[in-house]
Design a protein around this ligand. Structure first.
Ligand SMILES: [Cu+2]
Length: 206
């Protein structure tokens, strides 16, 4: 369930942002230690004077890093938004303490399943997430970020799974005594080859 083992384009962008921030933070931390060393040895004024320290490093460097980070964050955020491009739509309805999914079945008509979501590989889909009681949160770490399931509201997330496999998901918002068992699977099947629903009790209504 690692977010650093992405299984789709959205989680790849999220993992890329995570690595960029980790490496950037490590480089800046090392740089600050070097500056601290210089200051400790009293070389600070000889290493460029206060103009460089205050305007160059204090203001210029900080603002540049923030602009790059915010710009990259906005670029990534734009790419993981839903778009009106006719992508497959599925629904997730959360309730204490299970997930009910509506998605196209073997013959293309909608089926409702419990705690198992079926989606084709390599095809973007929009998942409409809501709740019938308290606030839950839909999260498949290898597919993308969390999205809250809020009663009376539908939140939509654009996701895609690249290859056929079974991914694990969970509720990411504490919702009561059964929160820890509120898990589900995402069965990613090859396009056009819907798998036999093999998980007992998965199918609720035809
Ligand atoms: Cu929960």
């Amino acid at each position: 369930m690692s977010t650093l083992d992405p299984a789709g384009p959205v989680s790849e962008l999220v993992a890329g942002l995570w690595w960029a921030m980790l490496i950037g933070a490590a480089v800046i931390t090392a740089f600050v230690w070097v500056l601290l060393g210089l200051a400790w040895r009293g070389n600070a004024s000889r290493a460029g004077g206060e103009r460089l320290w205050i305007w160059g490093l204090g203001v210029g460097f900080t603002l540049s890093v923030l602009v790059v980070l915010v710009g990259y964050g906005i670029w990534v955020g734009e790419r993981i938004l839903t778009r009106d491009d006719g992508a497959l739509r599925v629904q997730a309805q959360a309730r204490k303490w299970q997930w009910e999914f509506t998605q196209p079945g073997p013959d293309g008509t909608a089926i409702v399943t419990r705690d198992v979501l079926y989606v084709p590989a390599g095809r973007p889909f929009d998942i409409e997430i809501t709740s019938s009681d308290v606030i839950h949160s839909f999260w498949v770490p290898r597919l993308g970020g969390k999205m809250d399931a809020v009663p009376g509201r539908v939140n939509v997330a654009r996701l895609q799974a690249d290859v056929p496999e079974v991914l694990e998901g969970l509720c990411a918002e504490f919702c009561g005594i059964g929160h820890n068992v509120m898990r589900f699977s995402v069965v990613v099947y090859p396009e056009g080859a819907f798998p036999e629903p093999d998980l007992a009790g998965a199918e609720v209504t035809p």
